[in-house]
Design a binder for this molecule. Structure first.
Ligand code: CTP
Length: 406
């Protein structure tokens, strides 16, 4: 495989030759691309010696074969890693800025595996702008190799130290050879809340942020699936090329989108918090106060999307629902699993601190219809990040689902 190693200007750049060397030893052809700041820490001669190829670092160098060298390099490379990746290069990539050899190459390097190993001081790493950029890159399918914690070059102790070259090479090896178990599978995901209109300016909604559903969509895409994400109103963004997003507002709009997409999908994971009821009439103007009297809204029931997909389900399709219960949790979830003809139900507990709406963590119990002995298997996760919970849910579905098996 041909691997491009991008190096930016952090002290961890001194480890980049070791990474290049490990990749060469693993049998890859390696091309180093360095920013001018990186070359304050590591010499061109070192990088050229370990890679056996001329370094590319200057967009306009007379040594370049032509002025579009970054474009020919992106065709040359099968995979690319940036190690170390400073806050600066992460910010540039997340914002679409290309102003030197490495950043222009990164912008043109799409559709192939890209790894980014951040390295910076802890304060910089936890800065909201850096975290936002890292989340955004992750949502576009970039493999982020998390920095480790420990003693940093500046003397402080905290998170921000670049993962060791051995770990980076190992992470790349595992990811690149990992079969994409969901390649050529299409999965429908619903996420977020629904808004049910009362009048021109008001609605009935709920606290769902959409984080769990978006994490599931990203995880499915990372495993190779084409994802149809139908989402209620949320501030979240997702830009993975394999995630096709449909924005809806009400339960009925979500119903229409989900029932139209389900027949062409191998599986559906319905994590949206759908309003069970809507006002029977939505005024198209703003309702005025009526004297001192209270106000009564008459509500009618919304269609149950999950139950409807349960009746539409064909042999070979997998259907996963969520349940939010406060009493008799397991028994209620089990009943819902059967009543709605599901293969799995993911039980959310509101009782755990750190689980549920708005937060970044969750703890769930996954109940499957067909366990080892024909009985439902039950598995409870520890308190994990929503991304990790998404990984567990997707992996359990891959292992046990007819619609997703290889
Ligand atoms: N759901 C749905 N359409 C609805 C209501 C719920 O698709 N109109 C889905 C949710 O996306 C979730 C599951 O049903 O996957 C469970 O929702 P929950 O509110 O826990 O259960 P309900 O079926 O509404 O039952 P109840 O309110 O009686 O607990």
């Amino acid at each position: 495989m041909r691997v491009i190693v991008g190096i930016t200007g952090g002290i961890a750049a001194y480890k980049a030759p070791l990474l290049a060397r490990l990749l060469v030893k693993a049998g890859h052809e390696v091309q180093c691309v360095a920013t001018s700041h990186a070359l304050e820490f590591v010499t061109p001669l070192t990088l050229e010696t370990v890679s056996g190829r001329r370094l590319y670092s200057d967009l306009f160098s007379p040594a370049n074969d032509h002025s579009t060298e970054h474009i020919s390099l992106k065709d040359w490379g099968d995979a690319m890693v940036v190690a170390p990746a400073t806050a600066n290069i992460i910010g540039k990539l997340a914002s679409g800025i290309g102003d030197d050899a490495l950043s222009t190459l990164l912008l043109s390097f799409s559709g192939k595996p890209l790894f980014v190993a951040p390295a910076m001081n802890t304060q910089m790493w936890v800065h909201p702008a850096v975290q936002r950029n890292v989340s955004y890159l992750r949502s576009t399918g970039v493999n982020i190799i998390e920095p480790a914690s420990g003693q940093l070059a500046c003397g402080a102790t905290g998170t921000g130290r670049m993962a060791d070259p051995e770990e980076i090479a190992d992470f790349m090896r595992r990811t690149l050879k990992q079969p994409k178990p969901l390649a050529s599978r299409r999965v429908l995901v619903t996420a977020g809340p629904t808004y049910e209109r009362i009048d021109a300016v008001r609605f009935i909604g709920n606290y769902s942020s959409g984080k769990m559903g978006f994490a599931i969509a990203e995880t499915l895409a990372a495993h190779g699936a084409e994802v149809e994400l139908v989402t209620g109103p949320t501030a979240l963004g997702i830009a993975h090329p394999h995630v096709h997003r449909t924005d809806v507002e009400s339960a009925r709009e979500m119903f229409d989108a989900a029932t139209a997409l389900f027949p062409s999908c191998n599986a559906a994971i319905l994590s949206a918090a759908v309003a069970d009821y809507r006002p029977d009439h939505a005024a198209d103007h703003k309702l005025k106060k009526q004297g001192d009297e209270g106000m009564t809204l008459h509500l009618v029931q919304n269609p149950d999307i999950l139950a409807t997909l349960g009746t539409m389900k064909q042999e070979g399709q997998t259907l996963v629902g969520f349940a939010l219960e406060t009493d008799n949790e397991l028994a209620n979830a089990q009943r819902k699993l059967e009543r709605k003809n599901l293969d799995f139900i993911v039980l959310n507990s509101l009782k755990d601190a750190g689980a549920g709406f708005g937060v970044d963590t969750n703890r769930v119990t996954i109940i499957s219809r067909d366990g080892a002995e024909g009985e439902g298997d039950t598995y409870t996760t520890p308190l994990l990040s929503k991304r990790e919970v998404a990984e567990v849910i997707v992996n359990r579905c891959i292992e046990g689902a007819k619609g997703l098996e290889r």
